[in-house]
Design a protein around this ligand. Sequence first.
Ligand SMILES: C[S@@+](CC[C@H](N)C(=O)[O-])C[C@H]1O[C@@H](n2cnc3c(N)ncnc32)[C@H](O)[C@@H]1O
Length: 533
Amino acid sequence: MYALRDVPGKGKGLVAIEDIPKGTRILSEKPVITTPERQRDDEWLKTHISQQVGSLSEHQRQSFFSMYNLHPYQNVAEQSLGIIRTNALPIEANGVGGGVFLEACRINHACDNNAAKNWNQYIKRHTVHALRDIPKGEEITIYYLGLDSSRSIRQRKLLEKFGFLCSCRLCSLPTEQSQESDKRLERINQLDDLIGHDGMRLNFSLRTLRYVDERVRLYNEHGPGDSGLSRAYLDAAQTAIANGDLARGRIFAERAVEGWQTAFGSDSEEVIEYGSLARNPAGLQLYGLSMKWKTSSNEVPQGLDPNDFEDWLWRREKPKKLEQLEKLADLRNRETFPGFDALPNSDSDLDFYEKVDGTYRPLRYWCFLGEITDSIRLHHLQLELMDTDGKKIPVHFYTDGRGSELAPAQIQKEYTVAVPYGKRNVFRYGNPGIRHEDPQMLKIFPVSLKKLLDLSDQIRRFSTDIDGIRMCHGCSKKSPSLKRCGKCSLFWYCDSGCQKTGWNERGHKASCRLLKDPELLGLFRRGGACDGL
Ligand SMILES: C[S@@+](CC[C@H](N)C(=O)[O-])C[C@H]1O[C@@H](n2cnc3c(N)ncnc32)[C@H](O)[C@@H]1O
């Protein structure tokens, strides 16, 4: 795939002698000489290295002594040490710190490298993989430094450590573009700190995901193949899984693995470890730290265009295209209508609240929905509700009337209770539930939760206008000239025949009556519902 050639200004280097596709393992090599992990003095090192040089084959010896040496020397031992200092690549193995590889050490540096080096602990070899398609004739390059840093820092380190001034594409950018690239790298590093510190401390919150989302976008702008990208996807996977979101966790883990697969190969530690995470995201120890984003592993939306898919994946709030959709909430949207486990348990949960002038205010609207399965009146009313996840939780009435403000006819099994801005509360006795204090902040609708969710589905299907076209609730035909139901204004029909079908056969008689309740309509009108129901 490659040959050792003279490369102008760089001494020798490896050049592709055929097209090398992205992800190809270009080489896989054992060290001929190793250096210890612990710092040793030069005399000790010289002896240690001379012993190893002594046991090289003739071919290896020749190859070793033809390697580039930055350091002056007076004898063979000093020469060997100089070659090692110029060429050694890191090795992470017990007691070993670095090693010389006869082929891999011939690869020159570029800040926009087209190949990745890696010590593979499983096969005890150094591997080099193509990060992108490398056309025949192009030089193979790797990245010598640890972290990504600005042009001036990179140049200083390369000069100090390796004695050359880098002239790669990234280092040769015009000033303005180079400053842009530096800013990007600085922000990538800053985000890394924030994810490491703030993000994880905030219990893997939405904010962590925002940081990682930005980091991934910056990496993609920066250029392909940075191994930081896989790390970033792993952070995203951990954040999702810690919140019970197996669907996104799986996809993020798959993306992390895909990057490592390209850069390190399928037998690398990263691909093996995180490949099993992608197959079984629930196996992560952090799984379920919270269940506020709960999904199953295959709950992935189908048929979205790539941009919408990314918006879903990263939980980006995006402006909706349709005016109608903005007005009418989807009661199955778990962000707006979370199950009990996903509710905040305090005002300081920054996914739900922001601090303004010293007090916490909701960042957005959310509403807990649960169906009554039981009720008890002791010194206060206690309702037992079943939420959208099938979990049963108590609601304790600590209103002035202790629950007497509700008429007995309202408290019926299978009716649905809505609690805007509901919070999880731990009671001194009994199971965690909701502590209800303000009578305005709870409403009961005479319909089961299942029927309410079905109604939500129907509203989205039949009342949404897509470029002026709606679907007839009677016959499901799409048309730009339907007429709306005069009562609820939410369902549309071709003519009175279709309206009759909708009314008598497709359940609109019952749903239209329900939708007469302004408070139920308020539940669907997300915006209007922001101040309670
Ligand atoms: C590990 S060796 C790489 C192989 C070396 N070019 C040779 O001829 O054996 C590292 C040395 O190669 C040279 N080198 C590597 N990358 C370079 C680059 N981008 N520009 C100029 N010299 C480079 C430097 O002299 C550096 O100290």
